[in-house]
Write a protein of this length. Sequence first.
Length: 213
Amino acid sequence: MKIIILGAPGAGKGTVAKLLCDFDGSIQISTGDILRAAVRAETELGKKAKGYMDRGDLVPDSLIMDIMEARLQEPDCDKGFILDGFPRTINQAEGLKELIKKLNINLDFVVNLEVPRDVILDRLTTRRTCSNPECQEIYNIKSKPPTADGKCEKCGSPVIQRDDETEEAITYRLETYNEKTAPLIGFYESEGSLKNFASVDSKETVEAIKKEL
Ligand code: AP5
C-alpha cells in the first residue's frame, strides 16, 4: 500500500501505521521518528531540529522535504509505505505532490484519523516509547503497558517519555496542528483522495483501511 496518515498528535498515526506494516510488509516512514533519531545521534539535522521539536513547533519545511526526497528513493519503499506525520503543512503537501510525480509514485489514498480532543490529551500524557531508535515501539500506561520493570516487550530496551510530552509542549503541538496541519484535510478532500476514520479503536481502524485498499 502507499498511503498517507493524517491526524492530530496522539490520534494514533504511529500505532495504526505499525499495525498496517504487519499486515502487508509496507514500511512506516515517520518524520517524527527520523527526527528523534537524528536528535539522539546529534547529527547536523538533529541539532537544527531539536529546539523546534522540544517546544512542539514544526521543523522548517525545507529540512523535511530534503529528508523525504531522499527517503522515498530508498529501495525498501518499493514494498509500499505509510507516511506518518508527513506532510504537515500545505507547502509540504504541494512539495509531495511534485515529488511523487517526479518519482512516478501513485498514492492509494489519504487516511484522516478523527479522534476527540479529550481522548488525545489522555493518550499523550500516558504514552511511553521504546528508547531503541531501531524499535521505537509505542506503549501506553493505560491501554498498552510495557513490562513491569518498564522495558520494551519487543527488544528489552528501556521505555521512556518523549521530550515533547510536557503539558506545555503538548498544548503547543495541538495548536500547531490546528493552525498548520488541519488545513490538509480540505486540501486532500478537494483532490478527492481523503478517507475519514473515526473509530478510537486502532484495530477497527486498520480493518476499515484494509477494506478500502
Ligand atoms: P511526530 O512524532 O509525528 O508526533 P505527532 O504528530 O505529534 O504524533 P504523535 O507521535 O504524538 O502521535 P500519533 O498520532 O503517532 O499517536 P500514537 O500512535 O503514538 O512529530 C514530533 C515532532 O517532530 C513534531 O512536533 C515536529 O516538531 C516534528 N515533525 C515531525 N514531522 C514533521 C513534519 N512533517 N514537518 C515538520 N515537523 C515535523 O498514539 C498516542 C498514544 O495513544 C500511545 O500511547 C498509544 O499507545 C495510544 N493509543 C493509540 N491508539 C490507541 C487506541 N486506539 N486506544 C488506546 N490507546 C491508543
